[in-house]
Design a protein around this ligand. Structure first.
Ligand code: FE
Ligand code: FE
Ligand code: ZN
Length: 284
């Protein structure tokens, strides 16, 4: 079965997100742990969490993906920015233990003129400060488009970060289809080659989630502007190949496409479920 969901607003709590997911035909969801512009996270409501767990069990939701605020920068040269990042990630990971065994995704960071090597060192230092031996959450490094001085647009950079982290068994990767295409990996014509490269450089066992987005720009544009499925340069056919690929089809897929409301996501989810070949009819 296809595991698919979209980015939802977290303002009404966990149970509300799970119910909204079911309403739009999803069986997973992504949410921001707090307002992307930073600030305090909503207090955890234990009653909401308990009702959420019961609802997920009944409705077949078995994984969720929390997204760190995209304003964090673990590769900043400013100690204040690093401190804010550290405090936020540590607090997010503590909160994640109310929903154990799930996924927490973050943008590795931007080195802002310090160079990629320095950025890699700063990001792995940050992970070494916030990861704990006992956490049940897997922290995902998102593959980036390479806009500005973003670190993580080459698989090698992600591998280099992971290699420097002590508790690297707590790390995984979230592959964003818009970002990898913008970074120059041709998933339109050479999906097999891109995945083989991912496996060679990072290892398939690290790949834990997919952000499924079309791109407003051609491969290699380094822009990071998402388009709806089939309305961008990657195209519907290539994205259908992604969800059906033998090496990817078991992963959870998250839509981050521009929509005016969640009914737009519902239509995309229905289309993708329809395009997904069940196991007995699958091919590579
Ligand atoms: Fe992201
Ligand atoms: Fe993404
Ligand atoms: Zn993006």
């Amino acid at each position: 079965m296809l595991t698919i969901g979209c980015h939802l607003s977290a303002s009404d709590g966990y149970l509300a997100m799970a119910k909204e997911s079911v309403r739009i035909g999803a069986n997973t969801f992504q949410f921001f742990t707090r307002n992307p512009r930073g600030g305090a996270a909503k207090a955890i409501d234990e009653k909401d969490i308990a009702a959420f767990h019961a609802y997920c069990k009944e409705n077949g939701i078995h994984v969720i993906l929390a997204h760190a605020p995209y304003t964090l920068n673990a590769a900043s040269a400013d100690p204040k920015v690093l401190e804010f990042c550290e405090n936020t990630m540590r607090d997010d990971l503590l909160r994640m233990e109310y929903t154990p065994g799930n996924l927490y995704n973050f943008h590795p960071g931007s080195h802002v003129k310090q160079g990629t090597e320095k950025g890699i060192a700063l990001i792995s230092d940050m992970l070494n400060r916030v990861l704990t031996k006992d956490q049940t959450t897997t922290v995902l490094l998102e593959t980036m488009a390479g806009k500005g001085s973003e670190v993580g647009s080459h698989f090698e950079e992600i591998r280099a970060i992971i290699d420097r982290v002590e508790y690297r068994e707590k790390l995984g990767v979230c592959l964003d289809t818009c970002h990898v295409s913008d970074a120059g990996y041709d998933i339109i014509h050479n999906l097999d080659d891109v995945l083989a490269e991912f496996d060679r450089v990072i290892g398939f066992d690290r790949l834990r989630a997919i952000h499924l987005n079309d791109s407003m720009n051609p491969p290699g544009a380094h822009k990071d502007r998402h388009a709806r499925i089939g309305e961008g340069h990657i195209g519907q056919e290539a994205l259908f190949r992604v969800i059906n690929h033998q090496k990817l089809r078991h992963l959870p897929f998250y839509l981050e496409t521009p929509q005016t409301d969640n009914d737009g996501y519902a239509a995309e989810i229905a289309m993708l479920k329809n395009a997904y070949m069940e196991d007995n009819q699958s091919r590579t």
